[in-house]
Design a protein around this ligand. Sequence first.
Ligand code: FAD
Length: 323
Amino acid sequence: ISEKIKTLDPNDPFFSFEFFPPKTENGLRNLYARLTRMSLLGPLFVTVTWGAGGTTAHKTLDLAVTCQQELGLTTCLHLTCTNTSKEVIDDALGRAKTAGIRNVLALRGDPPRDGVDPERHGHFKYAVDLVRYIREQYGDYFCVGVAGYPEGHVEGADNSDQDMKKDLPYLVEKVNAGADFLVTQMFYDADKFVHYVKTVRSTAEIKNKDLIIIPGLMPINGYGIFQRASKLSHASIPDSLLEKFPEDIQNDDDKVKEIGVDVLSEMVTKIHKDTNGEIRGFHFYTLNLEKSIAQIINKNELLSQVLKKKEEEVEELGEETVS
Ligand code: FAD
């Protein structure tokens, strides 16, 4: 991922997509069809989620290997380390390497509600332990990403420890242990994200001054799910955004999606502008859905440049083939 970003022109925008492995064969078939269509939008990379504790290990690895090898997409494997044995981690990293996957998002994961099993827990307590392990075992083979929290990471049910500054020393640890890029938790308050970027950039202890910061954005596909996902992720919703969804439209999914596309497109434009163009790459939590993402990319002036470039390349290729 970091190498691919380096090959872009300094002002070129990019975007990426997150997918999760479906539970059923039917779901997987549908996802492959969707992935093939979404790859035509031109994502710089895709990521595949991992169930904490290794619960989706096989499905995640199968999907990631298909994305990398059959669909030819630059793929990033999510990997969580809490309550996970070294063998499971070794197996995942080994399979990823064999399949030519060069990117890992190194995460801690949420510990199980009934507590962590000390036998499985021994090696990795925090995400930083996994970053160190990957660097020890694989040197520079993997481009390593970590999670970042513009509104702070919340442990437990109450929000009392939600403070971005609380996590900062641990983010410094993760970056100094060898992280190349950071993808953020979803958020809807663009100002908070911009403040986060400035805070991270002004943190003197961060050794990797080229750390790539990528905002994580979740399209609004329905009012209920928008509210639930924000609550689960402890993402605040600014009043000015809530006002765009008056009560009489909250049950009208089409209308909510339509407004949601505008909201996300405006967020992209604002973040790009308010960071003076530094943030030009955007990661979409797709929830394995296609429509809103395609509409946001088509509608947004910055992101649609990727589509235009791709169309031009296809045209050029066609002309060369004809001549
Ligand atoms: P860490 O960086 O280890 O931080 C966890 C907590 O511990 C934080 O509160 C931090 O402040 C604290 N902490 C860190 N180091 C120390 C220390 N040395 N001493 C004391 N406290 C410390 N979950 C999944 O299960 N599967 C996924 O695929 C997945 N993908 C994700 C993708 C993104 C982009 C993001 C943002 C999150 C994702 N998650 C996923 C959720 C993630 O696993 C949880 O948010 C988890 O609770 C924290 O993971 P982390 O890697 O941020 O942990």
